[in-house]
Design a protein around this ligand. Structure first.
Ligand code: BGC
Length: 365
C-alpha cells in the first residue's frame, strides 16, 4: 500500500513537473502578443523563402511569435501542418496554398476555433472561411507579361505577311493566380492575334493545354522540346515565349539553346518574360538572354500581411480593401492587391539593386 502511495506521489510529482515544463514551453512560445501560424508552399523556390522571412521578421518585430512552416509542395504535408497549427492555438493563420481548393476541411476547423484566415498570394478557393486575401493584382501581372512580349517583340510593327511566332506557357492549373496571369496576358495579346500579326504554330492556346502543374520548370522544358521538334523542324523560327514564371523562362530558353537558338545565324534566342525576379533570371537578363521579368516585391507583400495581422489582432477592422475582384467560388474575399513592376536590363539598377531587392554581390556584379 505504502509502495502504491509512494508511486502515486511520484507520478503526481512527475506529472506536475511535466506540466510545468510543458506550460513553460507553451509560455515561451506564446510570449508577447501571441502565436501566428504561417504556411508557405515550398522552400525550393526563392520567392517563398523571401516571403516567409518577410512575414516572420515583421511580426516578430511587433512582438508576435511566429510558427513558419514550409510544405514541400506536398498537399498532405500542408494539411497536416495547418491541423497542427490549429491544435497549437495560433491566433491567425496566414496560408499560401499549394492547391487552392484542397484545404476546405482545415479552413472549416480553423473557423470553428475562431482563427482568422489570411490567404497569402494565392487565393484559397471554394471555402466560405477565408477572411482576407493579400496578393498582387494578378490580372495586372498578366497584362505586364503580355506587355513584355508587345515591347520585346515590337508587335506594333509586325505585319500579317511576316507574323511574329510565339509559344505559350501558363502556371499551375490548381493555382488561381494562373487564371489572372493568363487572362491578363491574353487580353493584352488578343489584338495582335486578331490582326494575324502574332501566331502560335502549335495551336496550343487554351490555359488547360498550356498549364504547368506545380509550376514545374522541368516539365515546361520537356514541353518546349516537344514543341520545337514537332512544329519548328523546317525553317519556322520561334520569336517569343509567354512565360508565367522565371524558372520556366530559363528552362524553356535552355530547350531553345539546345536546338541552336542563340548560336545559329537567323535563330536568335526568343524573347521571354517571366515572373518573380529571381537572381538567376536577373543574371540572365543582364547577360542579354531572358528579356524581362515581373518583380512582385515580397517585402511589400510581407509588410502588408504583417499590418493586416496586427490590425485584426488589435481588434480593429482593416480598411481600404477591394471587395469586388476576388470571388473564391464561395464568397468574395476582401483583398489587398499590390502593384508589380516590369524589370528589363534598363531598370535592374533602379528597381532591383537600388531598392535592395537583390544586392550586387547576389547578382555577381
Ligand atoms: C505566385 C508566383 C509564383 C508561382 C510559383 C504563384 O502563385 O504568384 O509569384 O511564381 O506561384 O511559385
Amino acid at each position: 500500500m505504502k509502495y502504491l502511495q509512494k508511486m502515486f506521489a511520484v507520478s503526481v510529482f512527475l506529472l506536475v513537473a511535466a506540466g510545468m515544463v510543458f506550460s513553460g514551453g507553451q509560455k515561451a512560445q506564446d510570449s508577447g502578443k501571441g502565436l501566428v501560424g504561417v504556411v508557405m508552399p515550398t522552400r525550393s523556390e526563392e520567392r517563398w523563402i523571401k516571403d516567409g522571412n518577410a512575414v516572420k521578421e515583421g511580426l516578430e518585430k511587433l512582438g508576435y511569435t511566429v510558427d513558419l512552416q514550409y510544405s514541400d509542395d506536398d498537399i498532405p504535408t500542408q494539411t497536416r501542418q495547418i491541423d497542427d497549427l490549429i491544435t497549437k492555438g495560433v491566433k491567425v493563420l496566414v496560408i499560401a496554398s499549394i492547391d487552392g481548393s484542397a484545404l476546405s476541411n482545415q479552413l472549416a476547423n480553423a473557423k470553428a476555433a475562431k482563427i482568422p484566415i489570411i490567404s497569402y498570394d494565392r487565393l484559397l478557393m471554394q471555402s466560405p472561411n477565408v477572411d482576407y486575401y493579400v496578393s498582387f493584382d494578378n490580372y495586372k501581372v498578366g497584362v505586364q507579361m503580355g506587355d513584355i512580349l508587345v515591347t520585346g517583340l515590337k508587335l506594333d510593327q509586325a505585319t500579317a505577311a511576316n507574323p511574329v511566332i510565339v509559344e505559350l506557357f501558363a502556371g499551375s492549373p490548381d493555382d488561381n493566380n494562373s487564371v489572372g496571369f493568363y487572362n491578363g496576358a491574353m487580353d493584352r495579346l488578343k489584338p495582335y492575334f486578331d490582326k494575324g500579326v502574332l501566331k502560335v504554330p502549335s495551336g496550343q492556346i487554351d490555359r488547360a493545354v498550356i498549364g504547368t502543374l506545380r509550376w514545374d520548370a522541368a516539365e515546361a522544358q520537356k514541353r518546349m522540346e516537344n514543341l520545337l521538334s514537332a512544329y519548328y523542324s523546317g525553317n519556322v523560327v520561334l520569336n517569343g515565349i509567354l512565360s508565367p514564371y522565371d524558372p520556366i523562362s530559363l528552362s524553356t530558353l535552355e530547350a531553345c539553346k539546345a536546338v541552336g537558338y542563340g548560336s545559329t545565324p537567323g535563330k536568335p534566342l526568343p524573347v521571354v518574360g517571366g515572373q518573380d525576379c529571381i537572381v538567376a533570371s536577373v543574371k540572365s537578363i543582364l547577360a542579354g538572354e531572358q528579356y524581362a521579368t515581373v518583380l512582385k516585391d515580397t517585402r511589400s507583400l510581407g509588410a502588408a500581411t504583417v499590418t493586416l495581422v496586427d490590425t485584426i489582432l488589435s481588434g480593429k477592422t482593416p480598411t481600404g480593401l477591394d471587395t469586388t475582384s476576388y470571388n473564391n467560388g464561395a464568397k468574395i474575399v476582401p483583398s489587398l492587391l499590390l502593384d508589380s513592376v516590369i524589370v528589363t536590363k534598363d531598370n535592374v539598377q533602379k528597381d532591383v539593386i537600388d531598392t535592395g531587392y537583390h544586392t550586387r554581390a547576389e547578382l555577381g556584379l
